[in-house]
Design a protein around this ligand. Structure first.
Ligand SMILES: [Zn+2]
Length: 68
């Protein structure tokens, strides 16, 4: 099971009821440094992935379109 949690506000964004190393998720193919930074093993086949939720994301890249 994979739990996605926001690294800023700690909100749980969602979870995936499968194996964390499911090739579909691509988590097992991440390089080891990124994996160490963002993935925390909570238990047997349970990992937490630190991401950013919509509310905590930096300014959207396409917001500049408003100036055009
Ligand atoms: Zn957040």
């Amino acid at each position: 099971m994979v739990i996605y949690q926001c690294r800023n506000c700690r909100q749980v964004i969602g979870h995936y009821e499968g194996d964390w190393d499911d090739p579909f998720l691509g988590l097992s193919t991440l390089d080891s440094q990124w994996r160490k930074e963002c993935i925390e093993v909570l238990g047997k086949q349970v990992v937490r992935v630190m991401v950013q939720c919509d509310a905590c994301l930096p300014v959207l890249w396409d917001e500049g379109l408003w100036y055009n």
